[in-house]
Design a protein. Structure first.
Lengths: 314, 365
C-alpha cells in the first residue's frame, strides 16, 4: 500500500505533469516580476492571462494557425500592458482597484465574446489549431528522464530559455537595472537622468506580453486548442504568489512555479488516496507561510544591521 | 479631506461614467449584431417586469451592499479585506451544516445558532490575515487572495466529502436545509426573504458607527494617519484587527443569508464571486457607506436585468460585468485626469513663483 503511494508520487507521470502545470504560471510570473521590480502591485495578471488565452484561441481559430494565435496574444499583451500602465502610471490610479477591475473585466468580456463566437456553451471545443508537441530525439529514449522531459508543448521548452533571458535582462542589462531602480528608488533614478515612469511603462508592457504568452499557452498548448470560460483559474494569483515567493528573481520564480506544478500534479495523482481539494490548498498555504517568513527574516536582518551600527558607534 | 454629505463633483463623475459605460456596452452590442435599444429594454424589463424579479433584485442588492460595507469598514482603518469571498463561502457552508445538525430543533434556536456560527467562522477567517498584517506587517491583499482559494477548496472538500448530500445528483452540496428553518419569503418565488430586514439594520448600524460615533472617528484616524493615531493614544493594532474581524463576520453572515434566505442548501451557486462584485461597488462608492447602498441598487438592477436580457434578447449576461468594470475605469480616468490637471497647474504656479523670486534675488544682489 505505502509502496504504491510512493511510486505514484514519484512516477515519471507526476514530474511530466509538474512541468506542464508549472509553465503557464511561470510565464505569467516572468511578467509579474517585471512589474514587481518596477514597484507596481499587479494583481490584474489573472485577467491578462484570461484575455491572452481568449485572443490566442480566437486568432488561431480564424487564421487557422496556432503560431499566428500566439503572435496575436503577444500583440494583445502589448495593448493590455499599455492599458494597465496608462491607469497605474500615467493616471496614478490605485493599482489594487485597476487590477481587480481588470480581472472582472476580462471575465466578463471573454465570456461575452466566446458565447457570441463559439455559441452558448462558451467553450470552443477542440476546433482550434493547437501548438505542436516536441519530442526531443535523444532524450526521449532515456527511460525515466525521457518520459518527464520529452513530449511537451513547445512553450515548456521556450519557458526555460525565457527564464534565462529574463534573468540576464533583469540583472545584467542597464534597462533591467533602471527598471529595478524605478521600483526601489525612483528619485535616485531621476537624478541619474532616467525617467522612472518610462521604466514602469516598459515593465508593464513586458508583463502584458508574458501574460499574453501564458494565456496563449493555456488555450493553445496546455489544453490542446480550446478556450473555456474562466480558464485562467486564478493562475494569475498563483503567479503573483510565485513572484513574491521568489523575491522577483526569474529562476527562483520558475522553481516556485515548479513547486506549484508538483502539488497540482500530486493532487491529480493521489485522488484515490486523499481528496484533491485538500492537496490543492498546499501551494496557497505554503505561499502564506513563505510570505510571513520573507517579511520576518527581512525584519530580523534590519534589526541585526541596526545593532551592528550601534556597536560601531559605541 | 472632509467628505460632505452631497459631493456634487462625485455625482457628476458617477453619472458620466455610467453613461459612458452604457454607451460602450451599446457599441459592443451593436458590433456583435444585437439591437442595443432592444437589449437595454429587455434589461430593464428583466429587472422590473414582475414582483419576482424585483424581489431577486433587492436580494442581490442586499448581498452587494453588505459585501461593499464589509470592504468599506476595512478601508476606513486602512486594511483591504479581499478575502470576503472565502469568509462568505465558509460562513455559508457552516451555517448550512449547523442547520442540518440541528434538524428538529426550534427555528428560534437554530437560526441564531447558524448566524453565530457563520459569523464566528467568517470572523476567524478574517482574523488570520488581520493578525499577520498587524503583527508581522504581511500584505493582507495577497494573504486574503490566497485564503480565498483555500476556502474554495475547503468548501469543495466538505461538500463532496464529510458533509455531502445523500442525493447522487448533487455532486457537491450539503444536505437540504430543514424547511422549518427557511427564512420567510417577502415575495413568493423570489430570493427576497426577511434577511433583508436584518441587512437593513446592519447597514444602518455600520453607517451610524462610521459616521456618528467616536469609534468611527477613531477608525478613520487610524486609517488616515496611523502614526498620529498611535501618538494620540489609540491602540491602532487592536482597532485594525477588530475591524477586520467584524468585516469577516459580516461576510460570513451574508453567506448564512444566502443559504437560509435563498438557496436552502449549500452549493457552489451560493456565491459566484459575489464578494468581488461588492468590492467593485465599494470601489465605485469610494468606500463611503451611503453611496455604497445606492450603487448596490444600481448594479443589482443591471445584474438581474442582464439575466432577463439573456433569456429575452439572447444577449450573454456577462455584458453586466463589462459595464460595471468600465464604470470603474471611467471613474479612475476622470479622477486621474483631474489630478493631473491640478498637478500641472501647481507646477506652473510654482514655476511662476520661482521666476518672480529669482528676479527679486537679482535686484537684491
Amino acid at each position: 500500500m505505502h509502496n504504491t503511494i510512493w511510486s505514484t508520487i514519484f512516477s515519471a507521470g507526476t514530474f511530466n505533469q509538474m512541468f506542464r502545470s508549472a509553465t503557464p504560471v511561470a510565464l505569467a510570473a516572468l511578467g509579474g516580476l517585471m512589474t514587481e521590480h518596477a514597484g507596481i502591485m499587479n494583481i490584474g495578471m489573472d485577467g491578462m492571462i484570461l484575455m491572452g488565452a481568449f485572443v490566442g484561441a480566437v486568432a488561431s481559430y480564424f487564421l487557422a494557425s496556432a503560431f499566428l494565435g500566439v503572435l496575436a496574444a503577444v500583440l494583445f499583451g502589448v495593448l493590455i500592458g499599455l492599458f494597465f500602465a496608462l491607469f497605474t502610471v500615467k493616471l496614478k490610479s490605485d493599482e489594487f482597484i485597476i487590477g481587480c477591475a481588470l480581472n472582472t473585466f476580462a471575465m466578463g468580456v471573454t465570456a461575452f465574446l466566446s458565447r457570441e463566437i463559439f455559441g452558448l456553451s462558451g467553450t470552443s471545443g477542440y476546433a482550434v489549431p493547437s501548438l505542436p508537441v516536441v519530442r526531443i530525439p535523444l532524450i526521449r529514449s532515456i527511460p525515466f528522464v525521457g518520459d518527464i522531459l520529452s513530449g511537451h508543448s513547445v512553450f515548456v521548452y521556450a519557458t526555460w530559455v525565457l527564464v534565462l533571458l529574463m534573468w540576464l535582462f533583469v540583472y545584467r542589462t542597464p534597462v533591467g537595472l533602471w527598471i529595478r531602480a524605478a521600483g526601489e528608488s525612483p528619485e535616485t533614478l531621476r537624478t541619474a537622468g532616467k525617467n522612472p515612469e518610462r521604466m514602469k511603462w516598459i515593465a508593464s508592457i513586458l508583463c502584458g506580453v508574458f501574460c499574453g504568452l501564458a494565456g496563449a499557452h493555456l488555450s493553445l498548448g496546455y489544453l490542446n486548442g480550446s478556450f473555456v470560460e474562466g480558464m485562467s483559474a486564478s493562475r494569475g494569483y498563483i503567479a503573483f504568489a510565485c513572484v513574491i515567493f521568489a523575491a522577483a528573481n526569474p529562476p527562483k520564480a520558475y522553481l516556485a512555479a515548479l513547486m506549484f506544478g508538483f502539488f497540482d500534479a500530486l493532487g491529480l495523482r493521489l485522488q484515490n488516496y486523499i481528496s484533491s481539494d485538500l492537496t490543492g490548498t498546499i501551494p496557497y498555504l505554503i505561499t502564506i507561510v513563505m510570505m510571513v517568513y520573507v517579511v520576518v527574516s527581512a525584519q530580523k536582518r534590519r534589526e541585526r544591521l541596526a545593532r551592528q551600527q550601534l556597536l560601531k558607534l559605541e | 479631506m472632509k467628505k460632505r454629505w452631497i459631493d456634487l463633483g462625485y455625482i457628476v463623475t458617477l453619472l458620466i461614467s455610467l453613461a459612458v459605460a452604457l454607451l460602450i456596452g451599446a457599441v459592443i452590442l451593436a458590433v456583435t449584431g444585437h439591437d442595443p435599444l432592444k437589449a437595454y429594454g429587455a434589461l430593464l424589463g428583466g429587472a422590473f417586469s414582475n414582483a419576482r424579479h424585483i424581489g431577486d433584485m433587492l436580494e442581490y442588492a442586499m448581498v452587494l451592499c453588505l459585501c461593499g460595507l464589509a470592504c468599506d469598514i476595512g478601508s476606513r482603518v486602512g486594511i483591504f479585506n479581499v478575502g470576503g469571498e472565502g469568509q462568505l463561502l465558509l460562513g455559508a457552508i457552516f451555517a448550512a451544516q449547523i442547520g442540518v445538525w440541528m434538524k428538529g430543533a426550534s427555528p428560534y434556536l437554530a437560526i441564531p445558532c447558524a448566524a453565530l456560527g457563520a459569523m464566528a467562522v467568517g470572523g476567524f477567517y478574517a482574523f488570520i490575515p488581520g493578525y499577520l498584517k498587524v503583527k508581522q506587517k504581511v500584505n493582507e491583499v495577497i494573504t486574503t487572495i490566497m485564503l480565498n482559494t483555500v476556502a474554495v477548496f475547503i468548501c469543495q472538500f466538505l461538500a463532496k466529502g464529510p458533509w455531502k448530500n445523500a442525493n447522487k445528483n448533487i455532486v457537491a452540496g450539503t444536505e437540504n436545509l430543514p424547511s422549518g428553518f427557511w427564512l420567510t419569503k417577502l415575495v413568493p418565488g423570489s430570493n427576497l426573504s426577511t434577511a433583508i430586514i436584518a441587512a437593513a439594520v446592519m447597514t444602518f448600524f455600520v453607517w451610524y458607527i462610521l459616521q456618528k460615533t467616536s469609534k468611527g472617528y477613531e477608525m478613520r484616524l487610524t486609517g488616515d494617519n496611523p502614526r498620529f493615531a498611535k501618538y494620540a493614544g489609540l491602540k491602532t493594532d487592536r482597532i485594525v484587527l477588530i475591524t477586520m474581524i467584524v468585516s469577516g463576520m459580516m461576510c460570513g453572515l451574508v453567506g448564512m443569508f444566502r443559504v437560509y434566505g435563498a438557496e436552502h442548501i449549500y452549493k457552489s451557486t451560493v456565491s459566484n464571486e459575489y464578494y468581488f462584485e461588492g468590492l467593485m461597488v465599494a470601489m465605485i462608492a469610494q468606500y463611503q457607506p451611503v453611496p455604497t447602498i445606492i450603487i448596490s441598487l444600481i448594479f443589482a438592477v443591471l445584474k438581474i436585468g442582464a439575466m432577463g436580457m439573456e433569456t429575452a434578447a439572447g444577449v450573454p449576461k456577462q455584458l453586466y460585468l463589462i459595464i460595471q468594470t468600465v464604470v470603474i475605469f471611467c471613474m479612475a480616468a476622470e479622477t486621474g485626469i483631474r489630478a493631473g490637471i491640478a498637478r500641472a497647474r501647481e507646477k506652473r504656479a510654482a514655476r511662476q513663483d520661482v521666476k518672480e523670486r529669482s528676479k527679486g534675488g537679482v535686484e537684491h544682489a
